[in-house]
Design a protein around this ligand. Structure first.
Ligand SMILES: NC(=O)c1ccc[n+]([C@@H]2O[C@H](COP(=O)([O-])OP(=O)(O)OC[C@H]3O[C@@H](n4cnc5c(N)ncnc54)[C@H](O)[C@@H]3O)[C@@H](O)[C@H]2O)c1
Length: 265
């Protein structure tokens, strides 16, 4: 289905040193594209870029970047254009639930979460997606083409008091941000879409979250959806949020509380 779709095209994926971001880059390379891996974890990034370069010489670069810092975001986009002359697909995968990423636990109702934890959650999961959408837009507008994929979460659709910044950020990213970028981009042939995953097995603990289908998603299932959205097959989709959650949203009354599993490693 994706054969020939990404020949000569360039993907910039944040969160590229791990999980779905890394797998997405591997798949994009497999289908003939170039990949720009962007991540704050410089060691993991260097390791994976070196490994991928052995197979796809000249088609991969890594840019260490804290996605919360706009200057670093612009630098990552500049490096991508310098290396490959275009950014055809941006996927904003960097992020995660604040309690998992920062190791600070605490429910909103007990008011014991430091406000800096919320700041981090909002910055990495929402502000950074807006930064990247903003930074690549100029390039895509000049190209008169491009696809931006913002990443949400089931937590943004069902709420999550233990990861309140995560939940808030993810609904903002797949809602107002995605619709606004889609509205601005249409006349330049730039599409903006969003994907909200349910539990995905980039970590074992995600299998603890219930879904209607009785299982968590495989990373490749989500990555294939991203590739679909970025490809010509998704050419009529813009401004939309795709919820890919194994039907979990239909079980709202039965799963209350188990979305705290986002806090587990
Ligand atoms: N795995 C799931 O069950 C699931 C469910 C719903 C949504 N999501 C979302 O999908 C995306 C990818 O998930 P994953 O499971 O592959 O995650 P992951 O933890 O494997 O990868 C996230 C990457 O983001 C990077 N990162 C974190 N903070 C950063 C920063 N400030 N600057 C740059 N990079 C930073 C990390 O270093 C890591 O490499 C995340 O946004 C996550 O919230 C995941």
């Amino acid at each position: 289905m994706f054969q020939g779709e990404f020949n000569g095209k360039t993907l910039l994926a944040t969160g590229g040193a791990s999980g779905m971001g890394l797998l997405l880059c591997e798949e994009f390379l497999k289908y003939g594209g170039n990949a720009v891996l962007v991540d704050i974890n410089a060691d993991a990034l260097a390791l994976h870029v070196q490994r991928l370069n052995e197979r796809y010489a000249g088609k991969v670069i890594g840019v260490p970047c804290d996605v919360r810092d706009y200057k670093q975001v612009c630098n990552a986009c500049d490096e991508a254009v310098k290396a490959f002359n275009s950014i055809d697909v941006l996927v904003n995968l960097a992020g995660g639930a604040e309690i998992r990423m920062l190791g600070v636990a605490g429910d909103l109702e007990f008011c014991d979460v430091p406000i800096e934890v919320y700041d981090w959650g909002l910055d990495v999961n929402l502000r950074a997606q807006m930064y990247f959408d903003h930074a690549v837009f100029k390039q895509m507008r000049a190209q008169m083409s491009g696809v931006i994929v913002n990443i949400g979460s089931i937590a943004g659709m069902e709420g999550c008091p233990r990861n309140i910044a995560y939940s808030t950020s993810k609904s903002g990213a797949v809602g107002g941000l995605t619709m606004s970028v889609a509205l601005a981009g249409a006349k330049y042939n730039v599409r903006c879409v969003a994907l909200s995953p349910g539990p995905v097995l980039t970590r074992k603990a995600m299998s603890n979250m219930k879904t209607l289908l009785g299982r968590a998603g495989e990373p490749i299932e989500l990555v294939n959806m991203i590739l679909f959205l970025a490809s010509s097959h998704g050419a009529f989709i813009t401004g939309e949020n795709i919820l890919m959650d194994g039907g979990r949203i239909l079980m709202r009354d039965k799963v209350h509380g188990d979305n705290n599993k986002y806090g587990e490693k």
